[in-house]
Structures are given as C-alpha cells and as structure tokens.
Design a protein around this ligand. Structure first.
Ligand SMILES: Cc1cc2nc3c(=O)[nH]c(=O)nc-3n(C[C@H](O)[C@H](O)[C@H](O)COP(=O)(O)OP(=O)(O)OC[C@H]3O[C@@H](n4cnc5c(N)ncnc54)[C@H](O)[C@@H]3O)c2cc1C
Length: 805
C-alpha cells in the first residue's frame, strides 16, 4: 500500500470513489498504463458506499443522455468483463405524476426521450399500479415506464471498475492522503501526500465532497457544498421482489427501490440541510451522520401516503450520508482554467452512480485528447467563476439545489437563493420600473417589465408575461427599446502579438481598421464553436472582446491556452464597462437628441464604432444590432452609465422609448435568425451546420483553428443543419427542447423558441439531422411537426428569417 508509493506517475487520480475508479478504468482503456489512484481511506469509503444505487437514463440534453446510456451499457457488461459482481439489474423504472403540471412534464419527457432514442412509454395509473403493486394509485394522473433504467450496488460496481482498472495496469494505493500540489509555470506537476511526494503530468481531483477544499490548495475553484441526504431501509415486506422496478414520485419528492426483500425509500426535500460548513472533519471517510427524523418527516409523510405498507413496515435504518451539491445542480467536469494539467470530476448532486460511467469516460478522453471530445458545456468547470467558490454562497444555494432533483422543471426557471448578487448600476432604476429579473452568472438581468409587484407564475402554456414581452418587441420594431446588457463578459486583449493570436483563433478576419467591430467564431479543431463573440479593434495592438455573460471563464481559458510564447495580455474588464443597447427605427433619432456627434450611416457605418459625447459622458457607440434592424450598442464606463441612461430616458418618451428585457431580446433575435451560444452554437456545431459561413474567412491567409475540418465538412456536406420554423398554430407555445419530426421521423430538438409579435406565432430554431448529408433542399422540404407534450404541431420551415421580411 503506502509503502509501495511510486515517486512518479503519468496521471494521478485523487479519490477512490466510483468516479476516481471509473476514470482509472477508462484511462487504461485508452491505453494509459501509468495511472495511480490515491485514496485516503479505502476504495468506496467516501460517499459511494452508502449510495442508493438508482441508475436512470434520461438527462435534459442529448449528450448527457448519451453519456448516461453509455454508463448503463457498461454496468450491464462489467461483471462479465471483470468477474466482480456489480449488482446491476435492468429492473426498469416507473415515474408517477399526481398533478396536471407534472403530467405535462412527463409528456415532454416522453417526447424528448423519443428524440434521444430512449425507450419510454406513457402509461395509465392502473398500468403503473400493475408494475408497482404496493403503490397507491387513486390520486395519480399518469406515469411513464422506462424499461432500460436499473439499479446497481454502488460499492460492488466501484470494486468492479477498480478491478478493471488494475487489470488495465492502473495502481490503487489506499491509506494515502493528498495534502498539497506542486506547480510549475501554471501547471500541476506533482502532489504532496502523507506518504511522500509524487511527480506527475496530470492530476485528476475525484475527491467527492473533499474536492472544494482540496481544489483551493491548488488555487482552483471547485464550487460544491455538502448536504445531509437520507433514505430508509425496511425489513422484508411481502411482495417486494428483486425485480421490482425503481419508482419515483417527484410530487412527493421521493424514490424507492427494492433492497434485500424490503424497500429503500429516500428523497430530495425542497429545503435541504447543508453540512460541513467548517470543512469535512478529519477522518470522516466511512462515516455517516446522525439520524434526523424531523428533516426526513416530509419525505416519510409522502411515502406513507404513496405506499401505505410503510406505516407498519419495520425500518432497519434511517441512513444519513453527506453528498456534494453544486450551484446549478449539474456536476463539475474538466481541466481547471487556473491550473493546466489539473482535472476535476466532482459535485455529483446525488447522481454520481448513474453518471460515473459516462463522466469517467469523457474525462479520460479529455485528459488523453487535451480537449473534451463532445460538447460538455452543461457540466464544464469553466461555467463557473471565482465568486462561485464563496462558502456562504454555496451553503445558501445548497439549501435550494438538493430539492431541484424532483422540483418541477419549469421552463425558464430561476433559482431564488443568493440573489441579488451581481448588479448593474441601473438595477434599482430598472426595478423601480417593474423589471422582473433573472440571474445569469450571478448577474441580475431584466427578463421583462410588468406593472405591479410580485412574481408571475410559471407555466407550460402561454405565459402571463407574454403581453408585456410583446409590447417590448413592438417597441424595438416600431419605435426604440433600451436594453441593459451590462452583464456581457468583456475581455481586453492587447500586446504586440494580439492580432496574430486572434487571427489564429478566430474564423473571421480581424485585421481591420481600428474602431471596426467584427462578429466571429472561435472554433476547435473539429470546427465546432468554442465561442461566438464580437471583437472591437480599439487600436493597432488592442482588442476588446465582447462575449456571452456565461462565457467569461471559458473564453478567457480558451484564449490563454493558445497564447503560448506570444506577447499579449488578456484582462477581464467586465466590471469596467456597462453596455446599453438602443434598438429600433427611432434609435438614431434618440441618439441625435443626446449626442452632438454625427451618427448617420455615412459617418458610422454598420460594424463601425466611434467614441462620442453622450449627455455629459464619453461612450463608445457601435452601429450593430443582435435583434435585427437599426440599432446601437453603447459601451459606457460603469460609473457613467446611470447618467447616460437618465439622459436617454429623458429624451426618449416622445420617440416611444421603452425599457425591454432579455425575453424580448430572445424572441427578436430568433425572428431575425440570430444564433446564440449554448443554444444553436456549441463545440459540436460548425458554422456550416449553423448557417454562419458568412462570418468565416477561409481565405484570409491564416490557417485558423478549425479551418481544415470546416473545409472537409464543406466538401462532404454536413450531417445536420440549423432550421428556422414558424409553428402553424398561433396558440402553440414551445419553450425549447421539444422534439422536431420530419415526415414522422425524429430529426432533432428545438434549440430556441420565441413568440414573434410580427407573425403572431412561435418561431423556433433547431437542428435537422439526416441519414446522409443535409442540404438546404432537404432542410426546407419535408413535412415538419413539433412535439409539444404529445401534441404534434405542424411547423413551416422558413427559407429566410421573418424579420426584416
Ligand atoms: C444517501 C445517498 C443516496 C444516493 N443515492 C444515489 C443513487 O441512487 N444514484 C446515484 O447515481 N447517486 C446516488 N448518490 C450519490 C453518489 O453516492 C455520489 O454522487 C457518488 O458516490 C460520488 O462519488 P465520488 O467518487 O465523486 O465521491 P466519493 O465516493 O466521496 O469518493 C471520493 C473519495 O476521495 C477520497 N479523498 C478525499 N480527499 C482525499 C485526499 N485528500 N486524498 C486522498 N483521497 C481523498 C475520499 O476518501 C473518497 O473515498 C447518493 C448519495 C447519498 C449520500
């Protein structure tokens, strides 16, 4: 064990839970032999050994679902491969609904599952009762049956992965604690342990709830927090057989599985109980927390209602074990942006057993290949920033995120905790005008403006905020609307070699005159979007990069990892600049009222920027519009923005100026055919597929990243293409994620949906996949429908965006 600790290894994995063992297993499958797992206790001794072992397939996105389905395939075959039992049983799962909203949610899940190729069936309460006879069904409205779901024994499964890893050449050392890290030139090059130092080329932090504090020792933010997490196990109950499916009753926040002839019942209470505020106590591995029946009471009450047999069943144990939760409920995967060679897989939000197979494989591919092999944005560590590591923030958020598991997945759902956090200087002004805010990367942003106070309730149908949003859209199309877009991430890139670096990173040509603004993609070697952004050349050797609110860490990381020996410095200047967008036909007239500068199109052409007087301030004005039509973006030093906004607001009423929010931006940009990162654009989509070749300059004379792959794809034709559709039924209200069927066959999902004030119906975007290359004729031909919770709504493919029309 510790005596055999080598002085060096190629890849060292910290943590012998299911994630660390899965990573080791997959690294050896990729041919890596010099893999060392260090575990402070014994394999499985963290959270893994006391997990319930439910393994479901469905995840919110296509990639994540593919990942969990891979895990199931692995768990099915692992015992045969390694000779170690895993307890895997494909018992299927039944999810029940007792409220009308939950029925809609189930129907939406069915549509999405079919689109992802997952076997699923909407069943009646009576059928659910036949599959799960102990359950009360008189108050149920519907259920779904997923025959491919299952359960496993987490400790055995982990031992099987460990055995497979050892067979592939990995070494696992137990009883060795990692206490620190060695760095050189921003890279992790070794570890300090209780048994001596180890040199290595890469480190993977798979240390479960210990990962946050351990990450801190390496200068890396791993935002997770522990919460107490419970289930009971009963003694034997008649009629409970090993084949009993897993059952979930999300309206009661509870789940069940068979366990040694009895029931294991646990859940996700809406108000959770954080744990470990002062750090994880020394020597905690292999320990549990004291029972807390008060905290468990809402779950127990719901369970006695759903399964009356629990009233008299003998409870063997109320298990209380801590698990780690993240600020958005998704796990954390990838190479840390602040430390090369240090990888993280942690924060599994009580789904680490189900996700271990896929996460282990994807991180192994990332370590070996140097980049993620597919779009992992939902779980990518770079979706967080340093502030997410604040412990008070994490503690408060965890109270909310544990319950997200079974909470209604309302479209455009906003979390409530740790808000308001990042605020534009205009926050109070906008709030006073009725702004209803949503949060992105901690920023409060107006979604829409409505009279009165209080929240407008969520819904799956036409939302009550729609009339306000349509008014804002009309203002932007017919008069002028003002949007506070201060949350944009802004990066200043400057230095002798700044242009050369950007020319290699960007698909468009950035060698433009100072003052010009260029919309461009940054592509990966597969020609997929790492980012889409606008770049203003502010001087010969200086560029201001304006990118998505959520992309600050990601884009910074992507650029810095490609700077190499070049002379260029990147500074995050997000807090230094506010952004106001003035959009609509009256925007030029409004600016003319507050600025003496010539802003006519001959003086400031599309894509040009200029420093102008505005009120008593100096701002940079760009003639540019993301929402379509005439418009300006105003870049204002943060401390001046309140005065600039007041000057515009004073001059605006006669011109029909209206405050507008992000829901309007979204609907307007879809109507104008503009794409968004994280929706239409991501690492798995190319400019050819996304219809953005106009922003690519293959002939600019520089071999930019992704160019070759893009040209190859152009030759053979893309396997999918982005379509724009208008739904034929004006009453239909899609939200995104709904399946698209072409001639009756699932071909993709809606990536973005908006309700167009101009057309009086929903306009949506989504990729259409084909068996062979998908050209424009294929895209625009065919008969399309969109599946909204089981309703097949005919959709018309649009050859061009409805706006300007
Ligand atoms: C009550 C409960 C029920 C659950 N039910 C399910 C379920 O049904 N389905 C599901 O998918 N998930 C479930 N989970 C979640 C699942 O258990 C976890 O997500 C998963 O076990 C996390 O695995 P891990 O490898 O990341 O962490 P861990 O299992 O905690 O492993 C991390 C390891 O790192 C070691 N370590 C930490 N620091 C160091 C150090 N400095 N040096 C060396 N070693 C170190 C620890 O000792 C530990 O063994 C449940 C969790 C709980 C608490």
């Amino acid at each position: 064990m510790a005596d055999n600790l080598p002085a060096q290894a190629e890849i060292v994995i910290v943590g012998g839970g299911i994630i660390g063992c899965s990573l080791a297993y997959h690294l050896t499958k990729l041919g890596r032999r010099d893999v060392l797992v260090l575990e402070q206790g014994r394999v499985t001794s963290g959270t893994t050994w006391h997990a319930a072992g439910l393994v479901g397939q469905m995840r919110p996105t296509r990639t994540m679902t593919r990942m969990s389905r891979y895990g199931i395939e692995l768990y099915r075959t692992l015992e045969a491969e390694t000779g170690q039992a895993t307890g895997w049983k494909a018992c299927g799962s039944v999810n029940v609904a007792s409220t009308p909203e939950r029925v809609v949610e189930l129907k939406r899940t069915v549509a999405r599952a079919r689109s992802f190729g997952v076997e699923i069936e909407l069943i009646s309460p009576a059928e659910a009762g036949r599959l799960w006879p102990l359950m009360r069904t008189d108050d149920l409205l519907a259920a779904v049956w997923l025959p491919g779901d299952g359960k496993a024994n987490p400790a055995d499964l982990t031992q099987a992965l460990a055995k497979g890893a050892r067979a592939g050449g990995a070494r696992i050392c137990e009883g060795v604690r990692v206490t620190g890290f060695a760095h050189k030139n921003g890279r992790a090059v070794g570890l300090e342990t209780t048994a001596g130092n180890i040199a290595c080329e890469a480190v993977a932090l798979c240390a479960g709830q210990w990962s946050r504090d351990l990450g801190r020792k390496a200068g890396v933010t791993v935002p997770l927090h522990s919460a107490e997490h419970f289930y009971i196990v009963t003694k034997r109950i008649p009629d409970v057989t090993p084949d009993l499916p897993v059952m979930r009753d999300p309206d009661g926040f509870i789940y069940y599985k068979e366990e040694v002839g009895g029931l294991l019942m646990g859940g996700f209470e809406p108000v959770a109980k954080p744990w470990g505020m002062g750090g994880i106590p020394e020597g905690f591995e292999f320990q549990l927390l004291p029972e807390d029946w008060d905290q468990f009471e809402p779950l127990m009450r719901a369970a006695i209602h759903r399964t009356p047999c629990l009233e008299t069943a003998e409870v063997r144990q109320l298990l209380n074990g801590p698990e780690s939760f993240t600020p958005d409920g998704n796990f954390i995967l990838g190479e840390a942006p602040d430390c090369r060679g240090l990888f993280v897989a942690a924060g599994f939000n009580s789904a680490g057993i189900a996700n271990a197979g896929g996460a282990g494989r994807l991180l192994a591919e990332w370590i070996v290949g140097g980049e993620p092999s597919v779009d992992l944005w939902d779980v990518d560590i770079r979706r967080f920033a340093g502030f997410h590591g604040n412990r008070a923030h994490l503690r408060e958020r965890t109270v909310e995120t544990l319950g997200l598991h079974y909470a209604m997945r309302w479209p455009r759902y906003e979390l409530k905790s740790v808000r308001p956090l990042r605020r534009s200087p205009l926050y109070d002004r906008l709030e006073a005008k009725g702004a209803r805010f949503g949060a992105r990367m901690g920023w409060e942003r107006a979604n829409y403006f409505a009279p009165g106070a209080g929240e407008i309730p969520y819904s799956y149908g036409r939302p009550a905020w729609l009339p306000y949003c349509l008014d804002e859209q009309r203002a932007a199309r017919e008069h002028v609307a003002i949007f506070d877009q201060t949350s944009f991430a802004k990066l200043l890139f400057q230095g002798r070699d700044a242009l050369a670096v950007l020319q290699r990173l960007c698909a468009n040509d950035l060698d433009v005159a100072a003052g010009r603004m260029v919309y461009t993609a940054m592509l990966n070697a597969r020609a997929g979007f790492e980012s889409d952004l606008t770049v203003i050349r502010v001087g010969d050797t200086a560029f201001l990069l304006i990118t998505g609110t959520a992309q600050a860490t990601r884009d910074r990381d992507w650029i810095l990892r490609h700077v190499g020996d070049a002379v260029a410095i990147l500074t995050d200047v997000t807090s230094a600049w506010s952004v106001l967008s003035l959009m609509g036909p009256q925007a030029p007239a409004l600016l003319a009222r507050v600025s003496p500068d010539d802003l006519t199109e001959s003086a400031l052409s599309p894509g040009a920027t200029a420093e102008i007087d505005l009120g008593f301030a100096r701002v940079r004005a760009a003639r540019m519009s993301y929402v379509g039509g005439p418009g300006f973006e105003l870049y204002v030093p943060t401390e001046f923005v309140a005065s600039v906004y007041d000057a515009l607001a004073d001059a605006g009423p006669e011109l029909g100026l209206k405050d507008a929010g992000y829901y309007a931006i979204d609907a307007l940009r879809i109507e104008a055919g503009r794409r968004a990162f994280g929706a239409e654009l991501g690492p798995d989509e190319t400019p050819l597929e996304a219809g953005l070749m106009y922003a690519v300059k293959p002939d600019k004379g520089i071999d930019f990243i992704g160019r070759d792959a893009l040209l190859r794809q152009q030759e053979r034709g893309p396997a999918k293409r982005l379509g724009l559709f208008a739904l034929d039924d004006p009453a239909a209200f899609p939200w995104g994620g709904e399946g698209i069927l072409r001639d009756g066959k699932p071909v993709g999902e809606i990536t973005s949906a908006g309700y167009s004030a101009k057309l009086g119906r929903a306009v949506v975007m989504g990729y259409v996949r084909g068996d062979g290359p998908v050209d424009r004729d294929f895209l625009l031909g065919g008969h399309y429908v969109v599946d909204i919770a089981g309703n097949q709504i005919p959709a018309t493919p649009l050859a061009k965006p409805p706006f300007p029309g």
